[in-house]
Design a protein around this ligand. Structure first.
Ligand code: SAJ
Length: 422
């Protein structure tokens, strides 16, 4: 479809007000677009319209407040007519580890009654290759309007890092893949108004592959770091020293080993490639298996450290999927805790960022009281402020297992702690 004579996009409907959709809606609104945020969850709609953030993310409160106050952002449970629709809904894994696209399907169907010739539909959710110019265009065609002829359709994958979403939303480059060049150009015009980084135009399938390969690449690299840690331990070497020294090579940059890979993206997205092309995505599958087995490896190491103690108590510091975020979805901590518990340990969890978790959350004083070990699983900045001497006085034995290599070892050792790292 041609762009000639098309009015520019002024009104937008964003479907899905989660970690990506809400910050995107707020940033678009403060940049002058008239935005309707759509989410089926009544409590999310209510809190957005009240200018309150339903998710913890640095800077979001300020931008959301400004967006709502400007009158440019309003949330509701159903879409309404607009120049463009942006779909930013979750795409979790199904039981067989293929992509569950039911939210994308529902969102696309919900806009059908509102579509008009010349509308643009942008998919931001991460999807398997071929979804935008396939499942999405097929559903949109049910409106009676034909993609490429009557509708512009594009994929513009989100690339923001939880904990830095607002900054990255503006600073990162964006990849805009259209089902045809005019669709890409039409969508790019929106992102150019909010993004300081470059906006690259391509096809929808290239944009889908770019997003999946970005996250798969990170997963493989983290698996390499985790495997490096296990190999180092086989010869009783400190993996952090090995990795730090290897990284002095000008072309080596090994990532950080840790308690496992969590979050709703990196442990999920590589499976979209693995299940779409199992004959080809072999390294990615192995990386997933390495990272998925890391929490149990960490738990077994912790169990070995407390093996001689009767009914040991472990004070677990940080259960978010990574440091300084309040998100515990797909957190490796859960599997670590389940393994410790099923092996007879008493568990006490501290996390200043996470609000809800399957294990009770305690304050630091009660958590360390009579504990035999502090097991640090997420490097939240607050943990660095605790005095090892004061903490140690309450404990039954002074052992720190720091899976993130975060707390200053010498200082904790000076306070009488035996410090163990991955
Ligand atoms: N992790 C390690 N070692 C490392 C780095 C990370 O064990 O050296 C672990 C973290 O602790 C965490 C997991 O990996 O459990 C993932 O954390 P992350 O910070 O690497 O990534 P996410 O999941 O928070 O966000 C990723 C980002 N993707 C890339 O960096 C390629 C982000 O840009 C994406 O937008 C996001 O996924 C997404 O939504 O897809």
């Amino acid at each position: 479809m041609s762009l000639t004579g098309e009015p520019t996009v002024e009104t937008l409907c964003i479907l899905g007000l989660g970690y990506v959709g809400l910050p995107t809606a707020a940033v678009l609104a403060v940049n002058g677009f008239r935005v309707t945020g759509v989410d089926p969850r009544g409590e999310v709609v209510e809190s957005v319209n009240a200018g309150e953030v339903p998710i913890a993310e640095v800077g979001l409160k300020t931008v959301l407040h400004a967006a709502v106050r400007s009158g440019n952002l309003h949330a509701q449970s159903d879409p309404k007519p607009a120049d463009a629709f942006i779909i930013a809904v979750p795409t979790p894994l199904r039981e067989d580890r293929s992509a569950d696209l039911s939210h994308v399907e529902q969102a696309a169907r919900s806009v059908l009654p509102h579509l008009r010739p010349g509308n643009l539909v942008v998919l931001e959710s991460t999807v398997p290759p071929g979804t935008t110019d396939g499942l999405l265009t097929d559903i949109l065609a049910e409106s009676g309007l034909a993609p490429k002829k009557d509708l512009f359709v594009a994929h513009c994958p989100e690339r923001v890092l939880p904990g830095r979403i607002l900054a990255e939303l503006v600073q990162n480059d964006r990849i805009v893949g259209g089902i045809d060049p005019d669709s890409a150009e039409r969508a790019a015009a929106i992102y150019r108004r909010i993004v300081e980084g470059q906006v690259f135009l391509t096809s929808a399938v290239v944009a889908e592959l770019v997003k999946l390969l970005e996250n798969a690449s990170r997963d493989v690299q983290i698996a390499f770091a985790n495997e490096a840690a296990r190999l180092s331990r086989r010869w009783d070497a400190d993996p952090w020293e090995v990795i730090a020294l290897a990284n002095h090579h000008p072309r080596v940059d090994i990532l950080r080993p840790g308690p496992g890979v969590g979050g709703h993206c990196i442990p999920v997205d590589p499976w979209f490639l693995v299940t779409s092309a199992p004959d080809l995505a072999r390294l990615m599958k192995t990386a997933r298996e390495v990272n998925d087995s890391q929490p149990v490896w960490v738990a077994e190491r912790a169990l070995a450290e407390v093996a001689n103690l009767p009914h040991p108590k472990i004070s677990v510091w940080g259960v978010a999927y990574k440091g300084n975020v309040g998100d515990a979805r797909e957190t490796p901590a859960l599997q670590v805790l389940d393994t410790l518990k099923s092996n007879g340990c008493r568990i006490s969890v501290v996390d200043f960022h996470v609000e809800r978790f399957p294990y009770p959350l305690e304050d630091i004083e009660s958590s360390v009281t009579d504990a035999d070990c502090i097991l640090l699983l997420a490097d939240h900045r607050e943990f660095a402020f605790f005095e090892p001497e004061t903490v140690g006085e309450r404990m039954r034995s002074r052992l720190l297992f720091d899976t993130c290599n975060f707390l200053p070892r010498a200082r904790w050792e000076k306070a009488g702690f035996r410090v163990v790292s991955l």
